[in-house]
Design a binder for this molecule. Structure first.
Ligand code: ZN
Length: 186
């Protein structure tokens, strides 16, 4: 597959609403290739999550690095239930994801974004969430997530709704824009 250029803020597509994937399309080679390319792009950029608008697509898809929850100890910390491992290279693939429940308890954590290189800041978000999505095999999954997994899913689903973490920053911890080492569209 291919490493895709990452669209940087303020590219317009980062502010657009994505469109649901037709579930009949999930087995299409075209879509499967695109998802593999997203995984390759995320790995190359050393990201822990990537949403389709970040590679210039309006498809409602995001991926999360498998590395952040692959260890048993982390599984406990991340409070994963109803999780079904998938074999799409290095990532969990969320097609048409929607957050259907958020905990009242919130937590402040630091975030960054491949589309906003060099900028980091703290963001307050619900601690736990429930997300509904279609997996790479076309099956509907409801995932309950806490910890970093919850945080990354919320950041990525925001991307699919045209929202960036900088819209929600409480305090910047680094505010010097950087030139990325990965291919990008400015
Ligand atoms: Zn991001």
């Amino acid at each position: 597959m291919a490493i895709l250029p990452i669209y940087l803020d303020p590219q317009k597509i980062l502010r657009e609403m994505t469109e649901d994937i037709d579930t009949k399309e999930i087995t299409d080679k075209n879509l499967q290739d695109f998802i593999l390319s997203m995984a390759e792009t995320m790995t190359n950029a050393q990201g822990i999550g990537l949403a389709a608008p970040q590679v210039g697509s309006k498809r409602r898809i995001c991926i999360i690095s498998y590395g952040i929850y692959s260890k048993e100890t982390e599984k406990k910390e991340f409070n994963i239930t109803n999780y079904k491992p998938q074999n799409t290279q290095n990532s969990i693939v969320l097609i048409n994801p929607y957050i259907i429940k958020k905990s009242l308890r919130k937590i402040v954590l630091e975030e960054g974004c491949l589309s906003i290189p060099g900028i980091y800041g703290t963001v307050k978000r619900p601690r736990e969430i429930k997300v509904k999505y279609i997996d790479i095999d076309g099956q509907e999954v409801v995932l309950t997530a806490g910890g970093w997994l919850s945080r990354v899913i919320q950041h990525e689903v925001d991307h699919l709704n045209g929202v960036l973490f900088t819209d929600k920053v409480i305090k910047y911890t680094s505010d010097k824009p950087a030139i990325p080492e990965y291919p990008y569209v400015k």
